[in-house]
Design a protein around this ligand. Structure first.
Ligand SMILES: Cc1cc2nc3c(=O)[nH]c(=O)nc-3n(C[C@H](O)[C@H](O)[C@H](O)COP(=O)(O)OP(=O)(O)OC[C@H]3O[C@@H](n4cnc5c(N)ncnc54)[C@H](O)[C@@H]3O)c2cc1C
Length: 466
């Protein structure tokens, strides 16, 4: 009797509960991935992330072949493709890793119903989050959490599953089955928009993990906020596509304060998945009802474009946005600043920022992206008064990029600007501009807002509807 393993964003062989169950419960295994047009051209369509996905799948196929297995590829909705494939292989069950977002969950239900009509059973398994059963985490009153710190305390006390090894060998799919093939990005109607992305795949993920565990983790608590140095793991795209299991990652952390600080960050990922699982409407509108439909967001296109291009005239904001454009990834500290700048200084709708991030981020994740955008726009869970999350770009630069290494890396036009003017280049006297070969208004833009004034206006906008 055969089983199907339906992959989505669990693209690995190590620590894979659905894979383990499929192998234990059947003699034959068919590992399948479906390219679903609804995702490829939906609101979260992304060339960079899809290219990363293709690399993950190619890497996985290589690992499967090394164990005598193969990846089967289908193009079409899984509720159509999976029953047809299961019937063709005589499979009696389909295993998958359960996801949290509204589209993913609805698709799981549709697939289960379609398979049930053919008498085929579906089994859902954990594996996408550190804690297996995020749904069971509840407040004392039995409600889902909407504040992070108490969630974190409960999360720490949850049972952890043991880490599973990768299988040594795998059954080959029946020879009569058409394996399909991985498409090229252009065949999916998408294009690579970033120049310097991380490579996808479980091999690259495990190499990045090894390098983090032997280096930056020791100083993570201090190093995670310093821009311009490798103080963070950069594992987020691999976590998003499940090239590394979050459970294994937590399990392999050393003991001590630095690793605890890192585990806390992993918990934010589980927290936002928990939130979206329980509040799916957050995907479209503000979690806090007092702001829903009441804040008058700006839709000023020119200013939004200046933000997207990294041409706001505020160096740290621009460096973050250009890092995103170049690498499909941005440091968390910069994400917070550019999010604050868009929603508070420019007053632009957080959904515009959310969408731009989803287009370019390799780690673009519905739950984490939406949760963080609502957090920085002060309209989401884990609420704080708006003034707490309005960041001053000049002060942030002095604190988190004191030597200007990050800004100079992404803004070559500011390379020769003296340190004392680097956060506010518009203050350079004309003579210094000439010496630095950076004329403000020609080589680098004037600031598009006055931060102090924009801050007052932002506070007034929130006060008006509070
Ligand atoms: C406006 C905004 C949008 C964001 N969008 C995303 C997104 O689409 N996808 C995404 O994975 N992260 C998102 N983040 C969170 C965070 O910026 C990234 O997870 C982090 O920068 C990834 O880099 P890293 O792997 O080196 O992180 P590390 O510091 O090494 O942290 C390890 C892991 O913890 C998790 N993590 C850390 N911080 C957060 C956080 N604030 N929220 C959720 N998980 C976290 C990530 O999985 C990360 O890989 C966003 C943050 C902001 C402010």
């Amino acid at each position: 009797m055969s089983a199907l393993l339906w992959l989505r964003r669990d693209l690995r062989l190590h620590d894979h509960p659905a894979l383990r169950a499929a192998l234990e419960q059947s003699d034959g295994l068919i590992v399948v991935f479906c390219f679903d047009q609804r995702l490829l051209s939906g609101p979260h369509a992304s060339g960079p992330r899809t290219q990363f996905l293709l690399e993950c799948l190619a890497d996985l196929d290589r690992s499967l072949r090394e164990r005598d297995g193969r990846l089967v590829v289908r193009r079409g909705p899984p509720e159509r493709e999976l029953p047809a494939l299961a019937r063709a292989c005589g499979a009696r069950s389909v295993h998958f890793s359960a996801d949290a977002g509204p589209f993913a969950r609805e698709r799981e239900s549709r697939v289960s119903e379609a398979l049930a009509r053919s008498g085929i059973e579906t089994q859902s398994h954990p594996g996408l989050f550190v804690v297996d059963d995020l749904e069971s985490i509840r407040t004392g009153a039995g409600r889902p959490y909407t504040v992070f710190t108490p969630f974190f305390r409960t999360w720490l006390g949850q049972r952890r599953r043991g880490v599973l090894d990768a299988p040594r060998g795998l059954p080959a799919p029946p020879s009569a089955i058409d394996l399909g093939s991985l498409p090229r990005l252009s065949e999916l109607g998408l294009e690579q928009e970033v120049r310097d992305p991380l490579p996808g795949g479980e091999r690259a993920a495990r190499a990045a993990l090894r390098s983090f565990l032997s280096g930056a983790v020791a100083d993570y608590e201090e190093g995670r906020d310093t821009l311009g140095r490798n103080g963070v793991s950069r594992l987020s795209p691999y976590l998003h596509f499940g090239c590394i299991s979050p459970g294994e990652l937590e399990h392999r952390l050393p003991h001590g304060a630095a690793a605890e600080a890192f585990a806390r960050q992993l918990c934010w990922r589980d927290f936002y998945a928990h939130v979206l699982r329980h509040f799916p409407a957050n995907a479209r509108s503000e979690h806090q009802s007092r702001y829903r439909g009441r804040i008058r967001w700006s839709h000023a296109r020119r200013r939004f474009e200046a933000w997207c291009e990294g041409a706001t005239g505020f160096p740290l904001v621009d460096a973050g946005m250009r890092q995103l454009r170049r690498e499909g990834w941005m440091h968390n500290r910069a994400r917070m600043l550019v999010g604050s700048f868009l929603t508070k200084d420019l007053g632009i709708d957080w959904r515009w920022g959310e969408r731009w991030f989803m287009r370019l981020l390799l780690d673009g994740d519905e739950a984490s992206n939406n949760g963080n955008w609502q957090w920085i726009a002060s309209v989401g869970v884990d609420p704080q008064p708006a003034f707490r999350r309005i960041y001053n770009p000049t002060r942030q630069q002095a604190r988190f990029d004191p030597d200007g290494a990050y800004v100079r890396q992404y803004l070559p036009e500011l390379r020769s600007v003296p340190d004392r003017y680097l956060a506010e280049p518009w203050r350079m006297p004309p003579e210094v501009q000439r010496q630095a070969e950076c004329l403000i208004g020609r080589d680098y833009p004037e600031p598009i807002v006055d931060h102090a004034l924009a801050r007052q206006q932002a506070l007034a906008r929130y006060r008006a509807v509070s």
